[in-house]
Design a protein around this ligand. Sequence first.
Ligand SMILES: NC(=O)C1=CN([C@@H]2O[C@H](COP(=O)(O)OP(=O)(O)OC[C@H]3O[C@@H](n4cnc5c(N)ncnc54)[C@H](OP(=O)(O)O)[C@@H]3O)[C@@H](O)[C@H]2O)[C@@H](O)CC1
Ligand SMILES: Nc1ncnc2c1ncn2[C@@H]1O[C@H](COP(=O)(O)OP(=O)(O)O)[C@@H](O)[C@H]1O
Ligand SMILES: [K+]
Length: 574
Amino acid sequence: MKDAWSSDEVRKAEEPLIAAGVPLMARAAYGLAQVVLREVAARRARTRARAGGVDGARLRGSLGSDGLPGTARRRPPRAAGRGDVRGARAVLLVGPGNNGGDTLYAGAHLVQRGLTVTAVLASARAHEAGLARFREVGGQVASLADLRVPAVVEAVRGADVVLDGLVGVGARGALRPPAGGLVRALADARAAAGDQWPYTVAVDIPSGIGVDDGALPGPVLRADRTVTFGALKPGLVLPPAAGVAGAVELVDIGFPATPGAAPRTAGPRHAWGAADPAAGRVLRLEAADVAELWPVPGPGDHKYTRGVVGVVAGTGTYPGAAVLATSGAVLTGAGMVRYLGPESVGTRVLLARPEVVVAGGRVQAWVLGPGVPVLDPDDDGPDDEGQARRIFGALAAVTGVLSEDVTGGRVPAVVDAGALTMLEHRLPAFAVLTPHAGELAELLRGLGHDVDRAAVEARPLHWARTAHQATGATILLKGAVTVVAGPGDVYTQADAPAWTGTAGAGDVLAGILGTLLAGRSAEAVRDETLAARLAAAAVLVHGRAATRASAGGPVAALEIARAVPAVVAEILGR
Ligand SMILES: NC(=O)C1=CN([C@@H]2O[C@H](COP(=O)(O)OP(=O)(O)OC[C@H]3O[C@@H](n4cnc5c(N)ncnc54)[C@H](OP(=O)(O)O)[C@@H]3O)[C@@H](O)[C@H]2O)[C@@H](O)CC1
Ligand SMILES: Nc1ncnc2c1ncn2[C@@H]1O[C@H](COP(=O)(O)OP(=O)(O)O)[C@@H](O)[C@H]1O
Ligand SMILES: [K+]
């Protein structure tokens, strides 16, 4: 489990450590410098290899200094990257606070390793001790006020690496001038430069993101890598800011394993892993968490104890959604999948998946809505071939508005696509709504919010939480980073390649989640936070299956479903 800490939690964790004399900034700066050195060395090796047309590292290992094969083998192996960074140029963008301090101390390490480093001070103030150390080792210092923005952009363009140390977790809101103007110019230059841009490292966070909510309130320079200190921050895992953070790397500076736990004053060790977070945290599940959640059958289980999934999906116009949702459910390991829908669609489902039972009966979870048209309240005769009636019936069971004698009891449900427009009553948290941003905007408009797709994409966490509060349901908001908001923790999963954005991929996800909910149906009804964890687990499995099916190239939705069994086996370690 990855656990993101808010800026307040970071500050509270730092206080006792600073009081105990733990050199937090020195640790942060050293870790940052090591990452920069490693990346600069790796990029130079790649450039040399491309220029030479062969693998430069292999060449160095097999040729001696005289160019003759074999002589290099007698030399001791060099530490990775040592010497490969000499003469590289780095520009530091330095703000007034401790984020700038980290950057200046890291810059001093870079100077000592032979880089040419220029610090651009963006404000009249700078971390005094950090600046003194940087000057002492021979770093060059310039001020934004003297240089002006165009000259700084040129200096950055000519560098091998740029460190964004303008602001960190102490900042609030959009970057103010002059830092804001500089970052806007740099972001524009980066967008125009394509590949011809220096490796960009964000110090702790990309300056200007919403640290705690992942918003992008103003200009931000997109990073290739963010080196963050002590703990992940919510803005590094939440969209849209997660999209500008690049690869996120955590440097351990000695924070406790969980916020509020006793501080560790000894040497660094990894801060995540054993987290047992309090409610309301921003979390990301990993494979081990999904293995713990997975309903693995035991010898005493049979198809009914393993969970029956009822799928109401597809119409004559959109029969594929029924095939994809039932395939997702079957291949995730449902005890049984029942299909309810038009006969013509049922026939196609059976052709694709003969395991499916095309008949009603008791179920432990519902999948409602894939491939069912949006209900138009002004249209008195929607051509949905009875699917709306079936969905209303199932929702009545989920919400408990009908007697359990009639409905067979309250069970969890996945509410997708057309079914999202058929909500009449407050839902329990064990109903999981699975909209993409456009569908969530439509749902929210129906609840009286003036919001469109772009607004949801700008503040996905906020709107997912708003929808949860308004409907009672758990919200799984799909996207490149999928956000799950329910009564407890928020989950943010980024497990899938962009190829996954293809028609039908969401139908498969609905089926996967239906099987997970059916497998732990009674517990999900009892524990109001379980549906969100299962939803995040489904997203992880779906994303990994998409990665496997894609293998770096295009992916078709049905292939995602087909990859699920191998992914589950891998996660369970079999
Ligand atoms: N504490 C420690 O020992 C450790 C801290 N660590 C590091 O420190 C970072 C936190 O440092 P921090 O708290 O000094 O704040 P920081 O993020 O540098 O920015 C604050 C400055 O920015 C300014 N500013 C604010 N908003 C702004 C805006 N919108 N636009 C423009 N400017 C804005 C604000 O100016 P003011 O509002 O006061 O005029 C203030 O001067 C943390 O991310 C990590 O990198 C690590 O080394 C571990 C040890
Ligand atoms: N850029 C992206 N990167 C990764 N996953 C994506 C991306 N775009 C969409 N997805 C995923 O693809 C799926 C698309 O679902 P959805 O929009 O409901 O399509 P459909 O209704 O056609 O099945 C979701 O799981 C979503 O998270
Ligand atoms: K920063």
